[in-house]
Design a protein around this ligand. Structure first.
Ligand SMILES: Nc1ncnc2c1ncn2[C@@H]1O[C@H](COP(=O)(O)OP(=O)(O)OP(=O)(O)O)[C@@H](O)[C@H]1O
Ligand SMILES: [Mg+2]
Length: 511
């Protein structure tokens, strides 16, 4: 029995273990030319590990790889790249301090006669690549000066510009806005038309159904299913990922949010008054009352993350004031904001959040220590209880609370940071993309948890580029554009269409 045409790339019986966990257990995977193959599974299922084995980052303990029918082994990612496999890893692995142009053409820089990099040709080539992706940006800028979405587009431009037969994308859209996702899908269609094979990892199921031909489901390091995607119902796909019966997977709305919350009266838990920051924020005023979930709508660069950061003391502002639970907070002081009761889940978890060398437990406890300690003495028992509760609620997959956080899968690292902001005992949570990179099962958990916290009287400021999540989770949505508030919707007015209109018109909410 064969399935489909001869594979371009094939993995046979691959196993890969790490201390305490068998990440891949006899995995076989076939990738055909011109197909877009979805690779799915829960956080920690083994997706990134499989990709790292296919691309020479990890050496398998057992099994073999075949490329164009012949056995191969890649000692390094560069060897895989030279063999025609181009990869965008889940963690953007470019060099932040170098220019966009340098990053795009790293290792392939045009050189002059003396072997010196020809900067003007480099910049011109890079500008072409960037324009081909429909991006408008100055390629001489350092990569780190760009937002997450733009950085991810640069990683994409780099991956598709390498002359490859196989392109592997590990959660490429997690920081992209809808327009950029459309650009990406256009690029993927072109690749497929050229007979290039694409592996696509994403937790966003609707994307998979838009772009993928076949699917392989991993569960606990094993292949739970492989076959054409079109014939596989969505409930069935989720059931396969979670290892449950289809009858146990109820399909409610897309999200797990129960509905509107009842905001308590009384003083707002957080109030931003006319926040201004040069070129970024213009008179942004927002209030969140206890028990209320306020969504922040807008496109990339609209000032959503900047607003949340300014409130949390993580970004200085030139004018305005922040009041948390009645206490004015000194600007630019994250510790003052935390003491007053505001906790931020940052968008760029890698740069601003996770401490890779520390354990899961210590990462969770980091911001909660002042609360859990008395006269500077931390109650270890109390800390262990808080950590254990959060780890089980968020279903954090780790060998123990003492495992180094860098050894966790991408989605599980995100959950650790979410656990950290929940552990602070905050009065207001500022959640910047709380479910990004988190699998379907845990996403539902996180959304239910947000609901629960609001019901307990916490205020939540929710930023999500998943419009559905924003609409179903928020009682009110404040829409930003170019750093200014351009609309506010509440109650039944909160619909995807109304948000899109407010963004497009930028003049108000009516119309
Ligand atoms: N370097 C490592 N050291 C120890 N354990 C690791 C390492 N890399 C991955 N693991 C473990 O291997 C398992 C599979 O992780 P992997 O990153 O492949 O998951 P994933 O399917 O990509 O999940 P996610 O959706 O969260 O990105 C997890 O239990 C993870 O903790
Ligand atoms: Mg992963």
């Amino acid at each position: 029995m064969t399935d489909g045409p001869a594979p371009v790339l094939e993995a046979r019986g691959i196993s890969k273990g790490f201390p305490g966990v068998l990440a891949l257990d006899g995995v076989s995977f076939r990738l055909a030319a011109g197909e877009v193959h979805a690779l799915v599974g829960e956080n920690g299922a083994g997706k990134s590990t499989l990709i790292k084995v296919l691309t020479g980052v990890h050496q398998p303990d057992r099994g073999e790889l075949r490329l164009h029918g012949g056995q191969v082994s890649f000692g390094t990612p560069l060897e895989a790249q030279r063999a025609g496999i181009s990869t965008i890893y889940q963690e953007v692995n470019l060099v932040p301090q170098m220019s966009v142009a340098h990053n795009l053409l790293l290792g392939r820089e045009p050189r002059g006669r003396l072997g010196v990099i020809d900067a003007s040709r480099l910049n011109a080539l890079a500008a072409d690549l960037v324009a081909g992706m429909g991006l408008r940006l100055d390629v001489r800028r350092p990569l780190r000066s760009l937002g997450m979405g733009a950085q991810q587009m640069v990683a994409l431009a780099r991956a598709v510009s390498i002359d490859a037969r196989v392109v592997i994308m590990d959660e490429p859209t997690s920081a992209l806005e809808p327009r950029e996702v459309d650009t990406l899908f256009g690029v993927i269609s072109d690749l497929r038309a050229q007979g290039i094979a694409v592996v696509y990892v994403s937790h966003r199921l609707e994307e998979l159904y838009r772009i993928c031909d076949r699917v392989t489901v991993l569960r606990d390091g094993r292949v739970a299913h492989t076959g054409p995607l079109g014939e596989l119902e969505r409930v069935k796909l989720i059931a396969l990922m979670l290892g449950r019966d289809t009858t146990d997977v109820r399909l409610r709305g897309q999200t797990e949010f129960a509905g509107r919350h009842t905001a308590k009266n009384g003083q707002p838990v957080v109030e931003a008054r006319a926040l201004s920051r040069r070129h970024q924020l213009h008179d942004v005023s927002i209030r969140v009352r206890p028990g209320e979930v306020v969504g922040l709508g807008g496109l990339l660069g609209a000032g959503r993350s900047e607003t949340a950061k300014a409130i949390a003391g993580a970004l200085p502002f030139d004018g305005g004031a922040v009041v948390v639970a009645g206490h004015p907070v000194r600007k630019g002081s994250p510790s003052a904001a935390i003491r007053a009761g505001a906790s931020l889940l940052p968008e760029d978890r890698k740069a601003e959040g996770i401490v890779p060398t520390m354990s899961v437990r210590d990462n969770i406890a980091l911001a909660a220590l002042p609360r859990l300690s008395r006269a500077g003495i931390v109650s270890e028992a109390k800390l262990d209880r808080v950590v254990a509760t959060l780890m089980s609620r968020l279903r954090i997959k780790a060998t123990s609370p003492h495992q180094k956080v860098s050894e966790l899968s991408g989605g599980n690292q995100q959950k650790v940071l979410l656990a950290r902001s929940l552990a602070t005992g905050a009065k207001v949570l500022l959640l910047d993309e709380p479910t990004r990179g988190i699998d379907v099962g845990a996403k539902a958990e996180v959304q239910a948890l947000i609901d629960e916290l609001a019901a307990e009287g916490l205020g939540v400021l929710l930023i999500s580029s998943d419009l559905e999540e924003l609409v179903e989770g928020s009682d009110r949505v404040v829409v930003l554009r170019d750093g200014a508030v351009v609309g506010e919707l509440s109650g039944d007015e909160v619909t995807e269409e109304a948000i899109m209109n407010a963004i497009a018109e930028g003049g108000g909410v009516d119309g």
